[in-house]
Design a protein. Structure first.
Length: 277
């Protein structure tokens, strides 16, 4: 799992290096490369790409594309660690959406954890003058769409081959990105092309190691190690982009991560306890 987190962190760095390229163009190249890899894998394994749960596949693709697009905007315009941390609120939205739409039980104590995380957001937004209200809302939209996308993936579990789900996500992302790029195309330089290629490669490697981790490790372990991404973001932000953070940045990030991690671990324990009571 540490390898997956590291590759995703490198992907974020590459995206920030092409901040002058329209976000949807970056989405296109990212999804096109991943689509090609998924397509080849399905052909080798003789898997039909069409799928049977087309409505859910489309909803997963649309929500995932919106999540990636809005996340790329924040990566390009916010301090690296701030953008990554706000995106990591997605587990909170995943739980809330599962409760509201799927009817899953949410332990009362988790609402306290939600409050802690959102308190972190208020601290981060209130004291970081580099975050405009528009960027702040775009970041929250990214986390919300990620939460929705993850619930669609959960709904598709056992109904569709994982490669089919990945393929449709990348297909919708590539088509959407292409439509926008045709009207707002920025010709990449040679170095830009290298970074865009690396975005696709690091995305693929991150997904590969993430899948292996989820199949071979406890979910709780995977979830906790995943938050090393915030540490990587701080380190890369300081060393590569010369970003500076205040005590309020660290306090806001700490509050958000505390709320999310407590929600993941103690919330699950409370769910099991309530279910067996």
């Amino acid at each position: 799992m540490m390898m997956a987190t590291f590759f995703f962190a490198l992907m974020n760095v590459c995206i920030k290096q092409v901040s002058h390229i329209p976000p949807m163009e970056v989405v296109f190249f990212r999804c096109f490369i991943a689509l090609a890899i998924a397509g080849v894998s399905m052909r080798i394994k003789h898997i039909d790409w069409i799928g049977s749960e087309r409505k859910l596949l489309i909803l997963r693709g649309v929500s995932g594309t919106l999540a990636v697009y809005t996340f790329f905007i924040t990566l390009q315009r916010m301090p690296l660690a701030t953008a990554v941390t706000i995106q990591y609120l997605s587990p909170i939205f995943t739980t809330i959406i599962a409760g509201l739409i799927l009817g899953e039980y949410i332990p009362k104590i988790q609402y306290l954890f939600f409050a802690v995380s959102f308190a972190g957001i208020i601290v981060l937004k209130g004291f970081d003058t580099s975050i405009t209200m528009n960027l702040f809302l775009i970041g929250l939209t990214s986390a919300l769409c990620s939460g929705a996308a993850y619930n669609f993936v959960r709904t598709l579990k056992g109904k569709e081959n994982p490669l089919v789900v990945v393929f449709h996500f990348q297909l919708i992302g590539a088509i959407t990105g292409l439509c926008f790029t045709l009207f707002n195309y920025h010709v990449p330089t040679l170095m830009d092309s290298v970074y865009l290629l690396l975005v696709g490669i690091f995305t693929y490697l991150g997904q590969l190691y993430l899948t292996k981790a989820l199949q071979g490790e406890a979910v709780g372990v995977v979830s906790s190690i995943n938050y090393l991404g915030v540490v990587y973001a701080f380190i890369f932000g300081i060393l590569i982009f010369n970003e500076h953070y205040t005590v309020f940045n660290y306090l806001g990030v700490a509050l958000m991560l505390t709320g999310v991690l407590l929600s993941i671990f103690l919330g699950k324990k409370q769910t099991i306890k309530d279910a067996t009571a």
